[in-house]
Design a protein around this ligand. Structure first.
Ligand code: HEC
Ligand code: HEC
Length: 382
């Protein structure tokens, strides 16, 4: 049985990060989260815990039947044909088990054993570690509202999210990286099922009703499909990137000031002290200070392009694919400008007067950004 001790569960950093570790470790010990000698268990969410007895136990059982336990994770698919028995999905249980082990050792201190973002270190961190349960991720190559591709998650894990406490796990061997990313997806799928079971019980069931297992199977399938579909939904630039120059940077600056970016990020790009609403995880959202040079989602031109084109999923940062559809090169100009600001380039403040916002700042379109094109072959753009 895996025993949860400090040395086994808190090893998220490579050696070069020992300073950060030295700062965080005392806080972690005080919080006591890793010092208990207990087997890891998934936390049952309050919404499931509060269900009538007739539904609570079956819900817990469903979660366990499809996804197993932290010590013994599995991915099962519903099978109508075989009368309710479940079939093993492709992922090899030993691979998932390895993923679970690495996850608890290197990730759970922040993201929580259940993936709810409530690890013992979480309360000290801003932005908070991602809660995977709602099935939403920020740094994706896919349109807003869809799932990320596996490769997107791998990129975040490999390079970290600059400017946040999400470390880089560049040194993780390939097999461990593959295993831990599949385990994160398992946690997210489990979490989404849990949320949807609670919703199903609340909206469809009376106190005395039990879950309809066929409906549960449909929910499981829909969640699995949404992950599978992401592969074919890559956002590719509509036009080729024009060669970057002083001129494209200035065109980007003009667009930044006139198309509504400055409304949230401020004319100087430093963000504003007041929040711009809440994100989908329930936290106050602040527009990024672009001058800091720490782009959480990566600083390649294509990364920034996707943040602007599709927006940042789960946050108030809107996509501009609709607003700029008649001038697709403008997105690339904005990319050049963001990169210049992030690199510390200074600009003439008189531009702010010169480029007044268009009467109504560009209409923002959170929900509906279509992929520019689909990408059948895997990862040509990476
Ligand atoms: C020291 C705390 C910490 C540790 C350890 C940590 N993370 Fe994170 N992680 C974060 C924070 C904070 C964020 C949110 C960044 C943001 O919102 O910009 C995050 C975000 C993420 C995301 C979301 C990316 C997206 O597109 O939304 C994934 C996936 C992730 N982490 C995976 C992992 C994995 C896997 C591990 C272990 C191998 C790990 N993290 C270890 C703090 C941590
Ligand atoms: C409604 C407010 C709002 C508007 C309008 C807006 N943003 Fe943002 N932006 C945000 C928020 C909030 C974040 C932080 C998202 C997060 O990581 O949680 C953000 C983050 C960013 C980032 C950082 C991405 C990263 O990887 O960390 C860039 C770059 C950016 N915005 C550029 C733009 C540009 C360019 C425009 C105009 C075309 C724009 N934004 C318009 C709210 C806004």
């Amino acid at each position: 049985m895996q025993v949860f001790t400090v040395s086994r569960c808190w090893r998220p950093f490579g050696q070069q990060h020992w300073r950060v570790l030295a700062i965080l470790l005392p806080a972690l010990l005080l919080s006591g989260g890793c010092t208990r000698s207990q087997p890891a268990v998934y936390v049952i969410s309050a919404k499931i815990d509060e269900l009538p007895a007739k539904q609570r136990a079956p819900a817990v059982d469903v979660l366990k039947r499809y996804f197993g336990t932290p010590e013994s994770p599995r991915l099962m698919a519903p099978s109508v044909a075989s009368g309710g028995t479940l079939l093993i999905e492709k992922a090899d249980p030993a691979h998932l088990k390895l993923g679970g082990r690495i996850y608890r050792r290197r990730c759970a201190s922040c993201h929580g054993v259940t993936g709810d973002g409530n690890g013992p270190a979480a309360e000290y961190l801003n932005p908070p570690p991602r809660n995977y349960l709602p099935g939403k991720f920020k740094f994706m190559s896919t349109p807003r509202g869809s799932k990320p591709r596996r490769l997107d998650l791998i990129r975040t894990i490999r390079f970290g999210a600059k400017g946040t406490s999400m470390p880089s796990f560049r040194w993780l061997p390939d097999d461990e990286m593959e295993a831990v990313v599949d385990y994160v997806i398992l946690l997210s799928r489990r979490g989404e099922l849990e949320i949807q079971l609670a919703m199903e019980a609340e909206l469809e069931l009376d106190e005395e009703d039990d879950f309809d297992l066929e409906v549960v199977g449909d929910i499981v399938n829909d969640i699995a499909d949404s992950w599978a579909e992401a592969k074919h939904q890559v956002v590719l630039p509509v036009v080729r990137r024009p060669a970057s120059s002083e001129e494209t940077v200035m065109l980007g600056r003009k667009a930044f000031l006139t198309k509504g970016c400055a409304k949230c990020h401020g004319a100087d790009g430093r963000g504003r002290p007041e929040n711009v609403g809440k994100d989908d995880w329930g936290h106050l959202a602040f527009a990024a200070d672009i001058t800091m040079g720490t782009l959480h989602g990566g600083r390649r031109p294509l990364d920034i392009y996707r943040r602007i084109y599709a927006g940042i999923n789960g946050t108030p940062m809107p996509g501009f694919s609709e607003a700029l559809k008649d001038e697709p090169e403008t997105i690339w100009h904005l990319v050049d400008y963001v990169r210049a600001v992030a690199a510390g380039q200074e600009f003439d403040p008189a531009d702010i007067e010169r480029y007044r916002p268009e009467t109504e700042p560009a209409e923002t379109e959170p929900a509906e950004t279509e992929p520019a094109e689909t990408e059948p072959a895997a990862d040509a753009t990476q």
